[in-house]
Write a protein that binds this ligand. Structure first.
Ligand code: NDP
Length: 230
């Protein structure tokens, strides 16, 4: 049985990735920063699947991430796959010039340093070959036109894309692949009600990367199971 850790999995795409991987017989650890919300998500998944557990982890806190890793290390849990899904998009993220610097700082702290913290703390808990999957966005693309929305969020995803490539390069020798995924514009709290994609559709590519995709694929950016330009 393959084991996966998913950050920010109490709702949205992270929760759906958990559900789809449970269906594929993975042992799933859902994580999140809010104990009550996480427990509710766990209870919902437990109605259908038994191989699911929760671990409290706020990716914006090094302390919290290290504590979670220590708890799982003490239980000798090892992961085949780590999915960095947790992210934020500030409501007042509309202009890098006008808005407060805090918006950029906190967005980068969760969306880019968050995955960094998780990789640092959990790398020694990874099996080989292992897979790290970073939920990114085409909003962070350097080859597409600038969309004019949520600039701090887009900067954070550009950083995450670069982090993905650099980490992939460094981790080749450890036999751990690192890839980024754009799930498309998805109907979640973040994507909003008018987004064209269902949550099920948004979760498909990260689930494919976690399960069927070859370990040889690394340092790449995917959407709809197809490699796209950075
Ligand atoms: P949601 O806003 O619906 O869910 C985000 C999840 O991340 C929540 O569970 C939230 O927890 C969690 N989270 C936020 N901050 C932290 C933190 N510091 N520590 C732990 N968990 C945290 O987003 P989506 O499901 O839509 O997005 C999932 C991923 O897909 C994100 O990386 C996003 O950037 C990416 N994406 C989404 C798109 C879309 O259209 N929806 C488009 C492109 C990319 P809490 O409930 O506590 O807030």
């Amino acid at each position: 049985m393959k084991t996966v850790l998913i950050t920010g999995a109490n709702r949205g795409i992270g929760f759906e990735i958990a559900r789809q991987l449970l269906k594929k017989d993975f042992q799933v650890f859902i994580s999140g920063r809010d104990e009550m919300k996480l427990s509710e998500a766990l209870n919902q998944l437990k109605k259908e699947y038994s191989s699911v557990e929760m671990i409290l982890m706020d990716v914006s806190s090094s302390e919290s991430v290290k504590t979670a890793a220590k708890i799982l290390a003490n239980r000798n849990i090892q992961f085949d796959v780590i999915i960095n899904n947790a992210a934020i998009l500030h409501r007042n993220d509309y202009s890098l010039i006008v808005q407060n610097n805090e918006v950029l700082k906190t967005t980068i702290d969760t969306n880019c340093y968050g995955p960094m913290r998780v990789i640092h703390a959990f790398l020694s808990l990874m099996k080989t070959p292992g897979k790290i999957i970073n939920l990114s966005s085409e909003g962070g693309s350097m080859s597409e036109a600038v969309g004019g929305w949520a600039p701090a969020y887009c900067v954070s995803k550009t950083m995450l894309n670069s982090l993905t490539r650099q980490m992939a390069h460094e981790l080749v020798e450890k036999n751990v692949s690192v890839n980024a995924v754009c799930p498309g514009w998805v109907r979640t709290n973040m994507g909003g009600k008018t987004a064209p994609r269902s949550i099920e559709h948004g979760a498909e590519t990260p689930v494919w990367l976690a399960d069927e995709a070859s370990h040889e694929l690394t340092g790449k950016f995917f959407r709809d199971k197809v490699e796209i330009k950075w």
